[in-house]
Design a protein around this ligand. Structure first.
Ligand SMILES: [Zn+2]
Length: 280
């Protein structure tokens, strides 16, 4: 708790992800040191057979680490066992079968590839005009939502990380139609938006998604968010958490979503909001 704010970091990677640098225990230690109340691990789970790390994630070892971390840190920190699934439409059956057999607290769906091309590869923007580069990405995110497999949309607008370098400044308003369609599906399905602060240290200087987009989500009826740093090293846990809170509140969102065994509950971002609600 910092100044009455419930601090969550629900996008954290440990060495149970191919690109994580520290253990789950070390990431929890850092969370406690940074005043985080709730940490959500979102280890990468990929399904693309062309991806060299497709078989890296080990569910049993992950859950074992989570149990130990809860024993060690449970009195200071809520620890959620999530997963970040790389969504590609071709692998929907594989993803769905996997999720049936492997329970998590929450499942984040993230788009890193569009039509089999990595959006972090220069080729992605080179093979498209600007309008299509974003349009195709938003269609893929919409497909992930419509699949009904996910609880959270991870790092929305991540396509602008290279998109801005390729096409210049990003304006959410130019994509309003795609975003409204996406948010309407999310709200209908009860799927929550993540405010991911990693972009605040990327070249874009914006969260994923940016404030304008979070405002649009709220205007369509989005009433809660989760927040994540995308930490891959301990020092990044809780990175700019108060900025994420500020973005949510400026957009008029006062609740965080928190998940246990895929059941969503809402927690007030600020303790005073909870007190206010009780007095009414
Ligand atoms: Zn991701």
């Amino acid at each position: 708790m910092i100044d009455g704010y419930y601090i969550v970091d629900c996008q954290v990677h440990s060495i149970r992800s191919h690109d994580g640098k520290a253990t789950i225990d070390e990431m929890c230690r850092s969370a406690v040191a940074h005043g985080v109340d709730e940490i959500g691990f979102t280890e990468h789970k990929d399904f693309d057979p062309d991806d060299p790390v497709v078989n890296y994630f080990d569910y049993e070892k992950y859950m074992h680490d989570i149990v130990l971390a809860r024993m060690h840190w449970g009195s200071h920190l809520k620890i959620k066992a999530g997963v970040e699934i790389d969504y590609q439409v071709w692998f929907e059956d594989k993803i769905s079968n996997y999720l049936e057999k492997h329970p998590f607290d929450f499942v984040m769906g993230s788009v890193h590839y569009v039509n089999r091309v990595k959006i972090m590869a220069p080729e992605y923007n080179r093979s498209r005009i600007a309008r299509l580069a974003y349009h195709d990405y938003f269609v893929a995110v919409r497909d992930s939502v419509v699949s009904g497999m996910f609880d959270v949309v991870g790092h929305l607008e991540y396509a602008n990380r290279l998109g801005i370098a390729a096409w210049g400044p990003y304006h959410s308003a130019e994509h309003k139609r795609e975003l409204c369609t996406l948010f309407d599906h999310m709200i209908e399905e009860g799927i929550v938006l993540e405010i991911n602060t990693a972009g605040l240290f990327h070249n874009t200087g914006n969260s994923y998604p940016c404030l304008d987009t979070v405002e649009l989500y709220a205007s369509r009826g989005g009433d809660s968010v989760i927040m994540g740093s995308d930490a891959h090293v301990p020092e990044q846990v809780g990175f700019r958490a108060l900025d994420a809170i500020d973005i949510a509140q400026r957009a008029g969102i006062n609740n965080l979503a928190t998940f246990t065994k895929r059941q969503k509950t809402l927690v007030p971002i600020h303790r005073s909001a909870a007190l206010l609600r009780k007095s009414h």
